[in-house]
Design a protein. Structure first.
Lengths: 141, 141
DNA sequence: TATTGTTATACTCTATAACTATA
DNA sequence: TATAGTTATAGAGTATAACAATA
C-alpha cells in the first residue's frame, strides 16, 4: 500500500494524482480478475462483445483503445481458452463472438467488476461521487 | 484520439473510466516530456528531489510507488544523463542529489508539467475541478 | 485505395526472488 | 534482524513497421 505524504508536491497535481490513483485501482482490479484467470483487457473484450454483436477485432480495438496489432495475441488467447470464437463475416473479416464458456466467464467477470466498482465508489467522498465518471470521460473524449 | 461511444457500457463504470482517462492523459504527458528527453518517472524523481533533500533511492521509491529494484535502472539512467549524482550518507546508503544540469532540466520539466496540468484542468467541467484531486487522492491513500 | 488481419519486434513498466553488505 | 542496493528475470502493455489478402 502506498502512503501519501503531505510534503509530496505531486499529490497536488491532477495529472500525477490521476496516474497514481489509476495505477493503484488497476492493480487491485487485476488481482481480483486474476482469480477468474482473466486480465483487465480480457474482461473488457468480453464485456464489449457481450453488449454489441458482430464486432470485428479491429472494431473492438477502437472502442477499447487497443491497436489492431495488439488485439491479435489478446483474441488468440481468449480463443485458446475457449471463451470466444471467430465467426466469418466475409472472406476478410470475422466477428468475435462469445462461446457458452465465454458467456459464463463474462458473468463471473461482471460479478468481480461490480464488486470492484463498489469498493472503488466506497472510497470516494459521497459528495463527489456523482461527478466522477463524468469528469473522467471528459478527459478521455 | 479515442472516441467515446454511447453504446459502450464501460464508459459508465468508474474503474474503466479511470483507466482510460489515465491512459489517455499519461500518453499525452509522456509525449510532452519526451521533447525534453524525460520519461514520466524521470520527471517525478527530479520533482521529488527538487523538493526534499537527502532522499535515498528507496525513499524516493516509496513516495513514487516504485519498487527498490525498479529504481536502480531509473537512477542509473538519470546519473548517466548527468542529471543526478549519488552523495554517500553512510557506507550503505546514498542520497540522490540534483546536479546543475539536473536543476536546469527540472526547470524544463516543471514548465512542461504546468502546461500539461493546465491543459488537463481545462478539459474538466468547471464545476467539477475543485473536487478532482481530492477524489483521486482518496483512491490512492 | 483503404482496411483487416497478421507477424515480428522492441520498449516501458512492473513484479519477484535472491544475494551482498551494512544499519 | 531489518534495511539498502543490486542483479536477473519474467510478465504485461504498448508502439511501429511491414506484409498479404480483401473490401
Amino acid at each position: 500500500m502506498p502512503h501519501r505524504d503531505e510534503r509530496d508536491v505531486l499529490s497536488t497535481l491532477p495529472g500525477y494524482a490521476l496516474r497514481r490513483a489509476a495505477n493503484a485501482m488497476m492493480s487491485d482490479f487485476a488481482t481480483r480478475l486474476g482469480t477468474a484467470d482473466l486480465r483487465i483487457s480480457d474482461a473488457s473484450v468480453l464485456q464489449i462483445i457481450g453488449e454489441r454483436t458482430d464486432m470485428t477485432s479491429s472494431e473492438i480495438g477502437k472502442v477499447l483503445d487497443i491497436q489492431r496489432a495488439n488485439m491479435v495475441p489478446l483474441v488468440n488467447r481468449l480463443e485458446k481458452a475457449g471463451l470466444i470464437a471467430r465467426k466469418p463475416i466475409d472472406r476478410k473479416s470475422s466477428a468475435i463472438v462469445l462461446t457458452s464458456a465465454g458467456l459464463e466467464r463474462l458473468a463471473t467477470a461482471r460479478t468481480i467488476t461490480s464488486q470492484f466498482e463498489d469498493a472503488l465508489i466506497a472510497r470516494i467522498p459521497e459528495q463527489h461521487r456523482q461527478c466522477f465518471v463524468e469528469t473522467l470521460n471528459a478527459l478521455w473524449d
